[in-house]
Design a protein around this ligand. Structure first.
Ligand code: NAP
Length: 583
């Protein structure tokens, strides 16, 4: 493929004026091409022909093409397995394509492409011949400027006969571009799609359908894809999983993605509403780092996680350099790293299942709490091969930094952790490493006791610490007060189990002073009921957004070796969290 990957906005044509207005908007927002989807507009019914011999809908389509502010593809996908809406006669559709290819004279703007399904094209020798006569190709004798995209779609999954379909598209001389779209059932399905442009030897559009397919759409320029689709508005995608034009260009900086671009992402389930792509892509862009950060949805379960991570790390051309890992996979990342180390210890790096040579290092917080949210892959700059990996837990350090910002040195500070789940464990471990005295309170007391006992064993000893950890009832913590309270439960979170609740009754706090700090790890909303009550009582507060920013900054610094643009991260996070939700 020569030239940069094009960005095409599909437009569902309902009437001429709105189709042209949408195309104008697409142009002003930076698209290269529009695709007029005329499936619902064109009926193919024999209409009353005007004096020029054309039916009204045909005339309208020719007008849209002629006045299109951007070069265009015209697609009239039939109802059925390939996902269209056209239910008229096939002959009328082919006749329209013939007209679109041949009706425009010198100085006029014909469609740049028509998109025809391989299945339609191969239906009969006559159809093939009619379409061949209507498009530009090496054997075409007429002066025609419209080219053919031959396409194949499967909305259920990867077609069994994909290789044969690709071969037929590749060998058809009239096809200027091959298009393959199928439903991705996992992140791994993208990896085969991304290789298709190299394999076909022709300009190729390779699109993953559905939420798992976003990767193929964003990374098309890295792998020489001919074109990617982006919708004008969030609700207007013609295919599920399609990014909006704004997301593609402004969040993922699509125009900067090239073969050398390193890939990072966030593994979790769900991840579609994660703020991390906004923050990290902005960071890479600002710091001039040639990298992109994408959502990597991986369903619950260690086997899913392990298979995905191994495929990403071992892919020879992806240049996957690391990721954030969120719920429910933080423990899985730790388990994976341990397994890799065991392979190295028991079999040496030559073991076929060892990835990154089995050389995995684990930071002290991750080791102490048995969970990690950050992965960094080292690669040989010459061969691109993964040579080692590091996992870390930046949640704990982020909370510690937030509290140090208010309280200074945390040594011997008494800090209450509310909750005993994953966040509580990471924060408690990091606080102990900062020599604080931690008190854990949890709805299920036994879980708090277990957490305290385990961290007492796992937090590494050093010459003056670590701090202590005990389990306690909420009443005793409330009565005796603490230097800080950290909410690590979802209480107060929008959409959580108790959105209006507080995990702690602030008016009950006995001995607190204005120096006492309340940190809420929940960040939706930013001002939780707990923080509002704490502010009203004159206590210091730190919100979950501040912690989120710091854990992201630590990841950014681990990956790039550069200081994170904290102010930018903060701005983007707060802006995204206060943006009204589109309904
Ligand atoms: P988790 O592992 O599921 O643990 C949840 C904890 O909250 C458990 O101890 C649970 O108690 C307790 N809990 C749940 N519902 C409760 C209720 N209605 N009343 C009282 N206690 C309740 O979750 P997690 O991964 O630790 O995450 C906890 C919070 O931390 C989430 O809201 C998350 O958004 C936040 N977080 C924020 C950041 C950040 O950067 N700001 C980073 C990580 C996590 P039981 O043991 O009794 O079930």
């Amino acid at each position: 493929m020569t030239g940069p990957t094009l960005v095409c906005v599909p437009i569902i044509v309902r009437d001429t004026d709105s189709a042209l207005a949408d195309a104008q908007t697409a142009r002003s927002m930076g698209a290269d091409l529009v695709e007029y989807r005329i499936d619902q507009f064109f009926t193919g019914a024999p209409g009353t022909n005007g004096p020029d011999g054309l039916a009204a809908e045909e005339k309208a389509i020719l007008r849209i093409v002629a006045e299109s502010p951007l070069p265009c593809i015209v697609t009239c996908r039939p109802e059925g397995p390939e996902g269209g809406d056209y239910d008229g006669p096939d002959d009328a559709r082919i006749a329209l394509f013939e007209r679109l290819g041949t009706a425009f004279g010198p100085g006029e703007k014909p469609p740049r492409y028509i998109d025809v399904e391989l299945a339609t094209y191969e239906r009969s020798a006559a159809t093939k011949q009619r379409l061949r006569l209507a498009v530009h190709h090496p054997e075409q004798l007429s002066d025609i400027h419209t080219s053919l995209i031959l396409s194949t779609h499967d909305f259920t999954g990867r077609p069994m006969d994909l290789t044969r379909r690709i071969l037929r598209m590749r060998e058809e001389p009239a096809a200027a571009v091959c298009k393959v779209a199928y439903r991705c059932r996992s992140v791994r399905d993208n990896l085969e799609l991304l290789e298709l442009p190299t394999e076909t030897g022709k300009p190729t559009i390779a699109v993953g359908i559905g939420e798992f397919g976003l990767m193929s759409r964003i990374l098309a320029p890295k792998f020489g894809g001919f074109l990617t689709y982006a919708s004008l508005r969030p609700s207007q995608g013609t295919a599920p999983g399609q990014p909006t034009l704004r997301e593609l260009l402004c969040t993922y900086h699509f125009r900067s993605i090239r073969p050398t671009t390193a890939v990072y992402g966030i593994i979790g389930w769900p991840v579609e509403h994660s703020l991390s792509p906004l923050v990290h892509n902005a960071g890479f862009h600002t710091a001039g780092v040639d990298a992109v950060y994408i959502p990597l949805p991986v369903p619950t379960g260690y086997e899913h996680f392990k298979a995905t991570l191994t495929a990403l790390i071992d892919h020879p051309r992806l240049d996957f350099r690391g990721c954030s890992v969120t719920i429910p996979h933080k423990e899985n990342l730790y388990r994976f790293a341990l397994e890799q180390r065991e392979l190295l210890a028991n079999h040496g790096a030559v073991h076929p299942a060892a990835t990154a040579g089995g050389r995995w290092s684990i930071d002290p917080t991750a080791a102490a709490c048995g969970a990690a949210n950050t992965l960094l892959i080292d690669r040989d700059p010459r061969t691109g091969r993964a040579t080692g990996a590091m996992i870390a837990n930046t949640d704990g350090a982020a909370a510690v930094e937030c509290l140090q910002g208010r309280l200074g040195d945390l040594a011997s500070r008494r800090i209450a952790i509310l909750g005993a789940g994953g966040a509580a464990r990471a924060i408690a471990a990091a606080l102990m490493m900062a020599d604080a005295d931690v008190v854990v309170c949890n709805r299920t007391r036994k879980r708090a006791e277990r957490l305290a006992a385990e961290l007492r064993q796992s937090v590494p000893k050093h010459h003056f610490g670590p701090g202590t950890i005990t389990a306690a009832d909420l009443e005793s913590v409330t009565r005796d007060c603490c230097d800080a309270f950290v909410n690590c439960t979802p209480v107060g979170m929008t959409g959580g189990p108790d959105p209006d609740g507080t995990p702690l009754n602030i008016p009950d706090l006995g001995l607190c002073t204005p120096e006492t700090v309340v940190l809420d790890t929940v960040y939706t909303p930013i001002r939780t009921p707990l923080l509002r009550h704490a502010e009203a009582a004159g206590l210091g507060t730190v919100d979950g957004a501040a912690m989120f920013v710091r854990q992201a900054a630590a990841q950014f610094e681990a990956w790039t070796g550069k200081s994170a643009p904290l102010g930018l991260f903060e701005l983007i996070t707060r802006e995204a969290l206060t943006r009204p939700v589109a309904v």
